[in-house]
Design a protein around this ligand. Sequence first.
Ligand code: HSE
Length: 451
Amino acid sequence: MTFSRTEPAAAAAVVSPPIRVGLLGIGTVGSGTFRVLHRNQAEIRRRAGRGIEIAVVADLDVARARSVVGDAVPVVADARQVIADPSIDVVIELIGGYGIARTLVLEAIAAGKHVVTANKALLAVHGSEIFAAASERGVVVAFEAAVAGGIPIIKALREGLTANRIEWIAGIINGTTNFILSEMRSKGLDFDVVLKEAQRLGYAEADPTFDIEGVDAAHKATIMSAIAFGTPVRFDRAHVEGITRLQAADIRYAEQLGYRIKLLGITKRRPEGIELRVHPTLIPTARLIANVEGAMNAVVVQGDAVGTTLYYGKGAGSEPTASAVIADLVDIARLQTADPEHRVPSLAFQPGSLSDTPVLPIDEVVTAFYLRLRVADEPGVLSKVTTILADRGISIDALLQRESGEGESQTDVIILTHDTVEGRMRDAVAAMQALPTVLAPIVSLRKEDLA
Ligand code: HSE
């Protein structure tokens, strides 16, 4: 082996011509990709063994695209011109959504191009069709940027942890909602107030539905679940709850009991099937992931050999997401020595080895619960509530009763339970709700120890 003090990349670059990349959509992530590729080109070439060249950009807003790339790179309005260009090796899809993006990705695959995409919605919903088409055509669809932005969680699950039987994954995989929850907790504010603030600061989009209703997190959890357990992507089986109904009072009570509330994407292997769910979750404050604040993301993965591992970083933004896009490009640049049968499979498991283990319905999920009941402050109320739980085999872990203020005839009772089957808890909540002494809708949140 020889080392050179200067420009060790030069020799490698002579051997292989640069890969030629067509970029579809040059918004926030696309411009970050262009910038980072340009800034770090020498370093990237030394790693990839060849250069990576953005050869053409397609964007409906040609003027904006030109303002990013200058005159050095041709800009076209029609993405199909890029796909039809035989000199293009790789197409990066940064358009987003399930519509035209799906058509263009399938056309690029059919044209024999490798595809890099940050489009979690597309893969979570149409991934099976897209991966099958790519496998058939012998090309790669790479998607590191689709989950947790700059955190290399796909690489970790697919390659770094490949020795393990993955047991569960729990992640804060939506920065917008984590920012909102952090603000609600630290400032004691209600959801609506913080959402407006998040929109003003640019953390939340004008239409924040996908983020606050948990859909974006569910797209990402769906992709991680498929890779972890070797199953097809099944977004339609995911249980999805957002944070819109969360109240400041519950964040406060959780804190008093030693918990933080986070929107988690969770997928777990159980003997009966796979749990796949997104919902606000109480986590012990002592866990590192409970202390992930603001717009940051973090993912905990439990493997049977490695134990618990934690991945933390920026889940969105121009250059963090570009970092993931370019990592995929480098992987593709190295492919020339691997025939399609011997590449890292898209979903980590060989296409013929995917299992059809079912995703469990939410009623069969097992978790602990936080319950808040607004009750009449009179004798016997608590005993009726605890009897309902005991009759259904639900064990209480902790109980907190807020002191009633002077002259108050109502009070909040907070109950933490041990693990139970969700269907049983649903039944218990219905029975408690029917008590005349329970005066408001019961708040029920799931709790995970992540131990
Ligand atoms: N809107 C997402 C978030 C980033 O808030 O984390 C892109 O998935």
